[in-house]
Design a protein around this ligand. Structure first.
Ligand code: BMA
Length: 324
């Protein structure tokens, strides 16, 4: 049997009271991480065979976003395949074609497969889906929704007997609005029973739009969702992170929603880059040893991958204590 993947972890710096703190190795990726790619960011990482594997967003030099495969022995040092992710047997009507970005990856509980969701360019942005069993061959499923939609995030198990997904309906541009919705499916093809989960606001840092981030984490008190919240400034949008606790059986019911941003752009690699002032979470690892330690992967300034650490129990407590 393979050993557990080594969990990337650093203790909270002495004197800090932050809920999430930055990895000292940040940013984990630099400029031109592979030939012809400006930067890799907003990406999804999962433990795999005693190490890590992931699906990564890379923007080519013409700006077009594409998905790439990456692997790492420790979750910190990454190598990327130079060729874009190939979809086997891709139906030309549904596979990656115009563009692909902001992937999330989830192992489905009780099934020997991983699902990848991403923003798929199909006459405008919508939610693309593919499955893999080996992270070598990726098989496309149907797009989940009609355009326009972004930030499709699958739950890691069926809820009330159905697959469940969060998403954020959008427009064809930079979307100056946006609430989080919930949808369910019996088969990962047909999606319905759409429910509204959360609106933008009510606090200023998330006053323009919100969108789901990494795969929600199951806790005895509910699904802990890390999400992004955006406000507008005279210099453009600013992307921060917040937390909310969703009901385990009816996740469109919000149990608690933390008032403040738990993380936002401050470090040099977050406030300068292709799009300044963006921290955009897409993946979270939980300590395989069972503690409440988590490691959050986020895109920094649409240029780098970065990592932050925290304690899941503290995020749950914060959402409850400050709920708005
Ligand atoms: C959103 C998405 C993200 C990006 C963010 C900031 O609309 O496109 O991929 O990180 O804008 O540019």
């Amino acid at each position: 049997m393979l050993p557990l993947s080594p969990f990337p972890w650093q203790e909270r710096p002495a004197g800090s009271s932050e809920l999430l703190w930055r990895c000292t190795a940040n940013p984990l990726t630099g400029h031109r991480p592979i030939p012809g790619v400006l930067g890799i960011y907003n990406s999804a990482v999962v433990p795999w065979q005693g190490a890590y594997v992931g699906v990564f967003r890379g923007d080519r030099t013409d700006g077009m976003p594409t998905l790439f495969r990456g692997e790492s022995p420790d979750g910190l040092r990454w190598t990327f395949s130079p060729e874009p992710l190939a979809l086997a047997g891709a139906d030309a009507a549904i596979g990656i074609h115009e563009y692909a970005y902001d992937p999330r990856v989830v192992p489905l509980e009780g099934e020997n497969r991983y699902l990848i969701c991403w923003c798929n360019g199909y006459h405008g942005p919508t939610i693309g889906l593919a499955e893999t069993r080996d992270f070598r061959t990726f098989t496309p499923l149907e797009n989940a929704f009609l355009p326009y939609n972004r930030n499709g995030v699958l739950f890691p198990r069926k809820i009330r007997g159905r697959y469940a997904m969060l998403s954020r309906p959008s427009d064809t541009g930079h979307t100056p609005f946006g609430d989080i919705f919930y949808s369910e499916s019996p088969d990962l093809t047909y999606w319905g029973r759409h429910r509204h989960v959360m609106s933008k606001g009510p606090t200023w840092w998330q006053g323009l739009k919100i969108g789901p981030g990494p795969v929600p984490m199951e806790t005895p008190e509910g699904w802990l969702m890390i999400y992004h919240g955006v406000c507008n400034t005279c210099n453009g949008f600013v992307y921060r992170m917040g937390v909310a606790l969703l009901d385990l059986d009816e996740p469109w019911k919000v149990i608690a929603r933390g008032a403040g941003a738990i993380f936002g752009p401050e470090a040099p690699y977050e406030i300068t880059g292709m799009v300044p002032n963006v921290t955009f979470p897409c993946a979270v690892l939980r300590d395989p040893a069972g503690s409440d330690r988590i490691a959050v992967y986020y895109g920094a300034a649409d240029t780098h991958i970065a990592l932050a650490f925290g304690h899941l129990d503290e995020l749950v407590a914060y959402a409850k204590a400050t709920s708005v």
